[in-house]
Write a protein that binds this ligand. Sequence first.
Ligand SMILES: Nc1ncnc2c1ncn2[C@@H]1O[C@H](COP(=O)(O)OP(=O)(O)O)[C@@H](O)[C@H]1O
Ligand SMILES: [Mg+2]
Length: 324
Amino acid sequence: MGQKLANPEIEMVNFHGILTSSKKMEHFFELIKRAAPTDASILIRGDTGTGKELVARAIHELSHRNQKPFRAINCATLSAELLVSELFGHVKGAFTGAISNREGLFKIVDGGTLFLDELAEMPIDIQARLLRVLQEQMFVPMGGSNPIKVNVRILSATLRSLRDGVDKGTFRADLMYRVRVLPLFLPKLTERGRDIEALTWHFLEQLNAKSRSRKVSYISSDALDAMMSYSWPGNIRELQNVVEYAFILGQGDCIELHDLTPEISGERIVTGVQPESAQTAWDIEHEQLLEAYRKSRGKREDMAHLLGMSRTTLWRKLKEHQIT
Ligand SMILES: Nc1ncnc2c1ncn2[C@@H]1O[C@H](COP(=O)(O)OP(=O)(O)O)[C@@H](O)[C@H]1O
Ligand SMILES: [Mg+2]
């Protein structure tokens, strides 16, 4: 059970929706404030769920482009054809199915900011086209003949280092230099002072405000200990999901250890006839994947969200575990 602990009201800063109690993060905000008003291409590095998209939005809001559009596109989740058509647009008849003209994001955000998420996953032939737009601020829609002039600031994000991609031959060196004029590194949740505790309370207060049936005023000390010693591979996104899970599945005014997801509470789902000690990390991961698969009825986006991982990572893991 453990002791019931009330909200310690840890002081937090709110920087354009990015909440934190950590000095390291405040230093990060200082860098953003300095870089945002320039037109420099910024590469935001950080693990999944660390808030890369929030950072990109903050940079846009703090720039002189803030009256113009901001758009985000995930380079890992679209097929090459769709990605090209999203970015550059197409003219009617450019390919089967192109029944009308379509404006690309580069045109839509003209004067504003385009955020390229998971840039390391962009197919290499599209990288060449992207580089050309960045160099010339000009592009031709698919199937079109007239170049369109635009003024777009590029922000990008990646989990994997672009340098690794360059070494492996999956990422162009010239594009890497172009997009990471200023690399910014977002710390992991576990490196942010008291943020695990502070954000847990923040998310609980949000849920309290929305819920008619439940109000949580306490966390048991063993639940909090388990949360503080967990590694949070999915960072803030995972924390938010876990708090919501505990809020929905638990009862009463206190979050208890057994309300938390099994990875955190340390509960093991023992299946079949395996000897107890045989459950390896692989088995645990396998069960987590299957559980998420069932809960989301196989919907990839929901699964990735539940597991706090990117869709590419999920795709790779499903393949490794042969879950289809
Ligand atoms: N510091 C933070 N405070 C509050 N919410 C956050 C914070 N960082 C991330 N989030 C929330 O967590 C989720 C993941 O953030 P996101 O920017 O999409 O992460 P990433 O792009 O790095 O995977 C979003 O719902 C976002 O609003
Ligand atoms: Mg993201």
